[in-house]
Ligand binder design. Structure first.
Ligand SMILES: Cc1cc2nc3c(=O)[nH]c(=O)nc-3n(C[C@H](O)[C@H](O)[C@H](O)COP(=O)(O)OP(=O)(O)OC[C@H]3O[C@@H](n4cnc5c(N)ncnc54)[C@H](O)[C@@H]3O)c2cc1C
Length: 293
């Protein structure tokens, strides 16, 4: 979106393809996380910019090398994002195992006891999502639960209390699910989260009673649940679902076939590097590339 808008601003004729029926890629997952509703506004911004700069948007169109070969584009920018990394243990195809994408798109009805494998940004976000019973199905700006936010974090909107703060501790509502957030690494949970916001995510999950276990090794998944080893002891977590948040892998599958056809490509965003969640890097890269073309 950023590359398309900047290219169009500079006078290029731009077509933006997406296989989905809406623009925005992973922002459409991020916007569903309680507290990350601002992504709705980012999407609204890009939608307007694409329209203002007359980018031709072709949705529900899965691009293949053949599709592009028949057209005469001077440059092709591949911003095809990532694929979720799959779990590689016994039982990883068991019906209890679900991907974070299906969970965040409400394609699965998640039970009341859940193990989340992987405590990176997405593992934290999925846990937060699962803690809130009434997550709006189709969030829009009106659906942002500002009143709940103020209540939870003790913001006195009347400014009658000292400093506009009610009480010294956040007031977390009862969690709708029991969640185990697990990671293989022994380090601090959520160590990779943003410096300014990581403490908020940790406080929220802790306040909602999420079990945050590090240094865990995964054995298998079966009808009894998730079998792990923790502190040298075998433990079976009797959960309804295991949500896999075990990282992401770049999806650059179009590059080789396009190279073979002699079509010049540029790789940006998650398609180039699937590291931590970093939309800023993707937007920066897309914008700089567009300026260089
Ligand atoms: C739950 C969640 C929370 C996040 N929170 C944050 C956050 O707080 N801060 C932050 O900075 N980042 C966050 N991110 C990460 C951020 O969304 C990504 O960094 C960003 O979306 C990457 O943009 P991208 O353009 O590289 O790829 P993507 O957003 O993955 O978009 C790729 C697009 O390519 C399309 N596509 C793929 N193949 C084809 C094809 N063959 N033909 C047509 N279309 C195709 C896909 O449909 C998709 O729309 C979050 C991500 C998730 C999942």
């Amino acid at each position: 979106m950023a590359a398309a808008c900047t290219l169009a601003k500079r006078g290029h004729s731009v077509v933006l393809f997406d296989q989905a029926d809406q623009i925005g890629g992973q922002f459409n997952l991020a916007k569903r996380i309680p507290g990350k509703e601002e992504f709705i506004e980012t999407l609204r911004y890009f939608e307007k910019q694409l329209e203002l700069h007359r980018v031709t948007v072709r949705l529900s169109t899965r691009v293949t090398a053949e599709l592009l070969a028949g057209q005469s584009f001077d440059e092709v920018v591949l911003a095809t994002g990532v694929n979720p990394r799959l779990l590689d243990i016994e039982g990883s195809t068991h019906s209890k195992v679900v991907s974070y994408v299906d969970v965040l798109q409400s394609k699965v009805s998640v039970g009341s006891k859940v193990a989340v494998i992987g405590a990176g940004g997405i593992g934290f976000d999925v846990s937060e999502f699962l803690l809130h019973e009434s997550v709006p199905n189709i969030p829009d700006p009106d659906a942002q639960n500002i009143v709940d936010f103020f209540k939870t974090w003790g913001v006195d909107t009347q400014l009658k209390r000292r400093g506009g703060v009610e009480g010294l501790r956040p007031n977390f509502a009862n969690a709708s699910r029991e969640i185990w957030l697990l990671q293989r690494k022994k380090n601090k949970m959520g160590g990779s989260l943003g410096k300014t916001t990581g403490w908020i995510h940790r406080t929220s999950l802790k306040g909602h009673g999420v079990h945050m276990w590090s240094g865990v090794s995964y054995e298998k998944i079966d009808d009894r649940g998730l079998h792990i080893v923790k502190d040298g002891q075998s433990v079976v977590l009797d959960v309804d679902h295991v949500v896999v948040c075990a990282g992401q892998e770049s999806n650059a599958s179009l590059r080789a076939p396009l190279d073979a056809l002699g079509i010049r490509t540029h790789l940006i965003g998650g398609a180039e590097l699937a590291a931590e969640l970093d939309a800023k890097r993707a937007i920066d890269q897309g914008t700089r590339l567009a300026i260089s073309i």
